[in-house]
Design a protein around this ligand. Structure first.
Ligand code: HEC
Length: 159
């Protein structure tokens, strides 16, 4: 009986560890710093943008204070130049970044700039509390994410 309990506990602990080491933590790999750097950035974007989009869609209740908090963090993230995470030679490893990024660096950089602009606006618009305007700006920012992903991000890890 005790043996069984111990085994069960071990299995539960292993399952919990697997959950914890899922997408959020597995980004970090000190052999692949640029890849880890940019993926961590995108994880932060998604953690703040996701609930804003869900609120606009009515999937979760609208909480204006929280909306402002997420928008504030997205505004802060928009000040980072994440191109440091896309240095030459970092197209390999555990990544979804397509090789086309390095072939069309100027276009990619423009798309990144466009997103940063939309996120800065999102912070301002969210502070007004005008829900229709916020919804529209969430849509505009979402389009900026998508237009880059369509061209430059693979569905799954590539290598
Ligand atoms: C200029 C291009 C570009 C823009 C704009 C962009 N992304 Fe990405 N995103 C990428 C690339 C490239 C990857 C793959 C990075 C890698 O795997 O090395 C990625 C990966 C991701 C990932 C997966 C991270 C992981 O490894 O688990 C998420 C989530 C994500 N982006 C969310 C967003 C959100 C939300 C926005 C908009 C607010 C956004 N992205 C805007 C290019 C972009």
């Amino acid at each position: 009986m005790l043996r069984f309990k111990q085994k069960t506990l071990l299995a539960a602990a292993a399952a919990a560890a697997t959950l914890l080491s899922g997408p959020a933590v597995s980004h970090f790999d000190d052999q692949q710093m640029p890849q880890s750097y940019r993926q961590s950035y995108f994880a932060l974007l998604a953690a703040n943008f996701g609930p804003m989009a869900a609120s606009v869609k009515g999937e979760i209740p609208w909480d204006q204070e929280k909306m402002e908090g997420w928008a504030l963090d997205l505004g802060a993230l928009s000040t980072l130049d994440i191109m440091r995470g896309f240095v030459d030679g970092s197209d390999k490893g555990t990544t979804r970044a397509k090789a086309e990024i390095w072939q069309n660096k100027a276009d990619f950089t423009d798309k990144m700039k466009a997103m940063r602009k939309e996120l800065a606006s999102l912070q301002q618009v969210t502070a007004t509390g005008d829900r229709a305007a916020i919804a529209q700006q969430v849509g505009a920012a979402g389009k900026a994410c998508k237009s880059c992903h369509d061209d430059y991000k693979a569905e799954n890890y590539l290598y």
